[in-house]
Design a protein around this ligand. Structure first.
Ligand code: HEC
Ligand code: HEC
Length: 348
């Protein structure tokens, strides 16, 4: 039997077992299958089952004030998203583009008219549960799942205060969150009038098949404009390293060869420590661009050991007040390699 047929057979054979497991789970009885793991414990289920739905099902009880949220924001969020949620560096701005008028209509005018050059989180947000849930599960980006429920309430309230939805003396809680939902600028902005969710809807494309005088080749309608190519370093190296789909090379192209493979390990080291989340190769993000660092230490003899130490231990004060966290898990040789790579101009 060929491998793929064997695989198909094993899938077919596994199916009744899976159905039986689902049946047992639905009956609430412990699974008795041996050799295929064990039933999840209640604690494991609780840790996994954290989603908050648009009707607020799943939302834990709690509360947090705008003032407390401001402290959390400034300590744990502002370094990436900007003091007022306006930063465009790590992600499109969280705040901006909404008006008091939008709060009345529930539909962000700038979105409908396309008058803003980009879309902030607050412009798009139609369900408050999504903001709460996302912060709770994914933020701060470098330390997700570390905020308590009360802290998530607080920082959510602060974001809404920055967006002029909530007053500064507000305390957001599970008891009043529905009334705040009713104030969201884009609460009516989500459409279901297309075939994506409703079986009766029409698809949201309106193309008709071309039958004559058709173009020889398709024209790509969306592309990265030249002025934006270098703005976040080389995307190719950052996010598309799985499977066959490679990101387009952006940013300045480097010609230096690396024949000895001296820096072969750099890519996995920078990925593991998320260096490029905070540093552009040629541009300041949260921390200085690596080319700026190379420039600054060009004539310093001890730069390599100094930078290696700093990369391992973190610290602040050289480029500004924002600290670099310590990079746990980098040994001395790794850190020296990274320092050398930066000082040599980040060769590919
Ligand atoms: C180290 C940088 C960093 C820090 C610190 C950080 N974020 Fe983020 N944040 C990001 C990045 C990167 C994304 C986009 C992530 C993605 O799309 O996968 C993001 C996305 C978000 C979004 C979603 C935006 C959208 O429109 O989808 C919100 C809301 C948010 N962050 C809130 C917070 C809050 C609140 C904190 C502090 C508790 C925080 N962030 C701390 C980097 C950071
Ligand atoms: C959470 C954000 C963040 C991450 C992740 C991060 N850095 Fe930094 N880095 C910074 C900040 C902020 C500074 C500026 C610190 C200062 O002013 O002293 C900095 C400074 C530096 C410097 C210059 C130090 C000096 O004293 O001049 C180097 C080199 C550097 N980082 C390399 C790295 C490398 C390599 C990694 C990955 C292993 C990394 N950084 C990860 C934020 C970060």
């Amino acid at each position: 039997m060929s491998r793929s047929r064997a695989a198909r057979w094993s899938t077919l054979l596994a199916l009744p077992a899976l159905l039986a497991c689902a049946y047992v789970a639905a009956q609430g009885k412990p699974a008795t299958w041996s050799g295929i793991g064990r039933a999840a414990t209640q604690d494991e289920l609780r840790a996994w089952d954290i989603d908050v739905r648009p009707d607020f099902k799943g939302l834990p009880a709690g509360s947090g004030s705008v003032a407390r949220g401001q402290d959390i924001w400034e300590a744990k969020c502002a370094s990436c998203h900007g003091v007022f949620g306006e930063s465009n560096e790590v992600f499109p701005p969280v705040i901006g583009g909404t008006t008091k008028k939008d709060m009345q209509s529930g539909r962000v005018e700038a979105l409908a008219k396309g008058t803003e050059s980009q879309r902030s989180t607050m412009m798009k947000l139609s369900t408050l549960s999504t903001l709460w849930d996302y912060i709770h599960r994914a933020m701060p980006w470098n330390n997700p799942r570390t905020l308590s429920a009360d802290e998530v309430y607080a920082v959510t309230a602060y974001i809404l205060n920055l967006a002029d939805v909530l007053p500064a003396d507000f305390t957001l809680s599970d008891a009043n969150i529905r009334s705040v939902q009713a104030m969201l600028p884009n609460r009516n902005g989500k459409s279901t009038a297309h075939g994506l969710w409703l079986p009766t809807g029409r698809p949201d494309v309106r193309n008709t098949a071309c039958m004559r005088n058709c173009a020889d080749s398709p024209r790509v309608a969306s592309s990265l404009p030249d002025h934006a190519r270098g703005s976040h370093g080389n995307l190719h190296e950052q996010t598309r390293n799985l499977g066959a789909a490679r990101g387009q090379k952006t940013g300045p192209q480097r010609s230096e060869d690396n024949p000895a493979g001296e820096f072969a390990a750099v890519k996995s080291l920078t990925a593991r420590s998320a260096c490029l989340g905070c540093h552009g190769l040629d541009r300041k993000l949260v921390g200085p661009g690596f080319s700026q660092v190379a420039e600054k230490y060009r004539s310093s003899e001890r730069a390599e050991t100094y930078l290696a130490q700093k990369i391992r231990d973190g610290g602040a004060g050289v480029w500004g007040d924002i600290p670099m966290p310590a990079s746990a898990g980098l040994n001395e040789a790794d850190a020296l390699l990274l320092a050398r790579w930066i000082l040599k101009g980040t060769p590919e």
